[in-house]
Design a protein around this ligand. Structure first.
Ligand SMILES: Cc1cc2nc3c(=O)[nH]c(=O)nc-3n(C[C@H](O)[C@H](O)[C@H](O)COP(=O)(O)O)c2cc1C
Length: 224
């Protein structure tokens, strides 16, 4: 009888201990889930707070794109988005007053004429006041080895001297082309950082997103 009572008490203790440990491990698991959630909240808060001392400028096209025709988001726009996700910076898209043709070939002809005549096609809407920014990312596809002339229109209307200027391009072989040289000539007092060139056909990829993050770390914009 005594032994039965003893075994019963032992059983109760073992089950109790079992429940205790089960509960502990559950709450430990819950705690780690909560930690992840808290981190998410912090990250979201930082992203939504944004970084309003930096501006990501870009020009892009979704029609007449080399090799693919029409795309839902322009190649350079994708790179701009990756930079925005990483930095929380403000964004501004250069939109030309007059649309380019829908076909690639026809666009190259219009673009070549604009370049040969050193034109400055009008920009739709107003240009942001860049005086409130310390850092300006200038993003563009490469056209005929350099900036499309509508990007030159933008550059003529702002003063980036004294600012940190960061070029990035998408292209199909020309890399940064002469974009960095153009910026250096136009804004001799700007601090022009190493630019990033991504092949347009690779812009919609994890590899491109990673390349953007690695580059931002290398040039000191993001923590290592
Ligand atoms: C008018 C025109 C001229 C181009 N010239 C070049 C060039 O000289 N070198 C090059 O590598 N790519 C050139 N490309 C390809 C674009 O730079 C490339 O497709 C880019 O990723 C397009 O980006 P977007 O979708 O943001 O406009 C040219 C494309 C167009 C439409």
């Amino acid at each position: 009888m005594n032994i039965k009572k003893y075994l019963l008490a032992l059983g109760v203790v073992i089950i109790g201990l079992g429940l205790f440990f089960l509960n502990y491990s559950n709450s430990a698991a819950e705690e780690s889930v909560t930690t992840v959630k808290i981190n998410d909240v912090v990250n979201t808060a930082q992203a939504s707070q944004g970084n309003h001392r930096s501006l990501i400028v870009f020009f892009t096209r979704t029609k007449g794109v080399y090799a693919v025709g029409e795309v839902p988001i322009g190649h350079t726009h994708r790179i701009a988005n990756y930079i925005q996700e990483a930095t929380g910076a403000d964004m501004y898209e250069i939109v030309p007053e007059k649309e380019y043709p829908n076909e690639y070939r026809a666009t190259t002809e219009v673009a070549r004429a604009e370049r040969d005549n050193n034109e400055r096609p009008a920009i739709k809407g107003s240009i942001p006041d860049v005086s409130q920014y310390d850092t300006i990312y200038i993003g563009s596809p490469i056209w005929w080895g350099e900036y499309p002339m509508v990007v030159r229109t933008f550059l003529d209307q702002v003063d980036l001297n004294g600012k940190t200027v960061i070029p990035y391009t998408t292209h199909e072989g020309s890399g940064l082309g002469s974009t960095t040289a153009i910026l250096a000539r136009q804004f001799p007092q700007a601090n022009i950082l190493e630019g990033l060139a991504i092949r347009g056909s690779n812009a919609d990829s994890d590899a491109a997103k990673t390349a953007v993050q690695t580059w931002l770390q290398r040039i000191g914009v993001l923590g290592q």
